[in-house]
Design a protein around this ligand. Structure first.
Ligand code: NZQ
Ligand code: ZN
Length: 392
């Protein structure tokens, strides 16, 4: 077991109608003038935005709004948000939406608080010294950005998608009402479930340091999301299933399921970020499309974990060699993806990548991880290329 730091300062307010607490919470954390940041308009169509602005109006909290955070949120809008905040003397950010709106808000917060170009943080050139305080009303259970220290932004020039992690970016509060996720398209619900599981799987498939309690929490979380994702395919309005998945989303990425490990593998995410950057695919679907190829490429180097995962999470009987059990576990994950209508390769993802595209993605990915990365198996550029090719 490795030493670890566990820091989750976000106040979670969970349950039906909790969006009505937003003004109270902003006041509690000292917000006087708020930038409400959101995505492409689902929060307006659902009526959530009106509820939020009515609540702020009643409480006498002034605000300005900035929509337009797209999936794989763009640096251009972040820069626009930074200028707007400076012009309007904004002292608090409220992200209403999913990972894209939240990540974009975090980036705006870094840009307002710190001098210089905000992309420097995503380009690993320097560290932020702070961030404007941020609150979240979550509308999709997926990224865990509501409790995570990460923000993922795409720079238009060269379509470079990069993540930046800092405790300064952790939200002060997160309002999570599972009912708000009921307007999601089914595809996005499944993308979210895939992402949630993957955040825990990235931490689970490692060769360095394990803790029995962490493993049991991770396996419980994975089983819970797997079962409830299947329920939601048939019964999307099931409140309890939505609630299970929503809370799992936060716990999957707030650090809890990585305590005692070496930090995990994270190469499936790094490979997906190239797909998201180049083809603008939904993050969860991109993960599903690449995971099987990654797993088959690395499992022999992380066999005990793949075997344990197969038995404890995917219900594979303990019969046959370790390799056979591990491979059955990988197949069971792909069967699960098919059951929730997720892709298991690039073609099903709708991506027709040429060999040249794959070379470019592998190269950008290798640069993004400083040459190589991975704990299940350390991957270099040629390995990344081989995995993209296998995923075709
Ligand atoms: O933009 P709107 O109109 O709101 O529509 C969104 C969007 O089209 C829609 N949606 C969200 N809530 C809805 C809804 N539609 C109807 N009803 C609702 N209640 O769903 C679509 C996806 O939303 P988005 O915010 O893009 O999804 P997600 O939460 O999956 O975020 C994806 C982004 O987060 C990054 C991903 O790479 C991607 O850029 N990630 C962020 C992480 C983090 N900060 O910790 C970690 C992740 O691994 C991930 O990389
Ligand atoms: Zn993710």
């Amino acid at each position: 077991m490795f030493d670890f730091k566990y820091y989750t300062p976000t106040k979670v307010v969970f349950g039906k109608g909790t969006e009505s607490k937003v003004a109270e919470l902003i006041k509690e954390f000292g917000g006087k003038k708020v930038l409400i940041h959101y995505g492409g308009g689902s929060v307006i169509r659902s009526g959530l935005m009106k509820k939020v602005t009515d609540t702020l109006d009643e409480a006498g909290i002034s605000y300005v709004s900035l929509g337009g955070a797209v999936p794989n949120p763009r640096l251009g809008l972040v820069r626009e948000g930074i200028e707007l905040c400076k012009k309007e003397n904004i002292d608090f950010l409220l992200a209403v939406g999913g990972g894209s709106a939240i990540d974009s808000a975090k980036a705006i917060g870094y840009g307002v608080f710190n001098e210089g170009d905000v992309w420097d943080f995503y380009d690993y050139k320097r560290q932020a010294k702070g961030c404007l305080p941020l609150g979240v009303i979550l509308t999709i259970a997926a990224t865990g950005s509501e409790m995570s220290d990460s923000s993922v932004i795409t720079k238009e020039e060269g379509l470079v998608k990069r993540g930046y992690s800092s405790d300064f970016g952790r939200a002060k509060f997160a309002i999570m009402n599972p009912e708000l996720t009921m307007t999601l398209p089914d595809y996005q619900t499944s993308c979210g479930c895939t992402d949630i599981m993957m955040h825990t799987m990235e931490r689970y498939f490692s060769n360095g340091g394990h803790m029995e309690l962490t493993d049991s929490l991770a396996e419980g979380l994975l089983r819970t999301v797997k079962e409830n994702a299947k329920i939601l395919v048939k019964d999307p309005k099931n409140y309890d299933a939505r609630a299970e998945v929503m809370w799992a989303g936060s716990l999957a990425h707030n650090g809890l399921t990585g305590c005692g490990s070496d930090g995990g593998d994270w190469m499936t995410h790094k490979l997906e970020h190239e797909l998201g950057g180049l083809y603008d695919v939904a993050h969860g679907a991109g993960l599903a499309a690449i995971w099987g190829s990654w797993a088959r490429y690395v499992y022999k180097d992380c066999l005990p974990r793949f075997k344990r995962f197969a038995i404890k999470v995917m219900d594979v009987p303990e019969v046959g060699t370790d390799e056979e059990i591990a491979l059955k576990g990988i197949e069971a994950v792909e069967d699960f993806y098919r059951e929730i209508n997720m892709p298991t390769n690039l073609r099903e993802l709708g991506v027709n990548a040429t060999e040249e595209d794959m070379k470019v993605m592998a190269h950008k990915c290798a640069v993004g991880v400083n040459g190589g990365k991975g704990s299940a198996k350390f991957l270099k550029e040629e390995d990344m290329f081989a995995i993209f090719k296998a995923a075709k």
